[in-house]
Design a protein around this ligand. Structure first.
Ligand code: FES
Length: 106
């Protein structure tokens, strides 16, 4: 099972086990990672599952899709390495992935 590390804005780390086929957002919610609200339940319609992908992981995680790109306009403090975690599917290749949670979701 891929291990994913979520780092809160405060610096608190949550290392959790993910399941291939789930999304990064579902992994965070299932493990009660603070700061991932996911208000729309993964429909790419709220931007409250925003995370920052740590350097070195962008290519493995993959690029944003078009719908996600539009929805990110509504997210707080969007950066080059921003992704909506409901749009990232977990695969075994993501074992060791580190993402940061923004200070707030709006
Ligand atoms: Fe709503 Fe990701 S959960 S956009």
């Amino acid at each position: 099972m891929p291990k994913i590390t979520f780092i809160e804005h405060s610096g608190a780390e949550h290392v959790v086990e993910a399941e291939a086929g789930m999304t990064l957002m579902e992994t965070a919610v299932r493990n009660m990672v603070p700061g991932i609200d996911a208000d729309c339940g993964g429909a790419c319609a709220c931007a409250t599952c925003h995370v920052y992908v740590e350097p070195g992981w962008w290519e493995t995680v993959g690029n944003r899709n078009e719908m996600e790109e539009d929805m990110l306009d509504f997210a707080f403090d969007v950066r080059e390495n921003s992704r909506l975690s409901c749009q990232v599917k977990i695969t075994d290749r993501l074992d060791g992935l580190v993402v940061r949670v923004p200070e707030k979701q709006f």
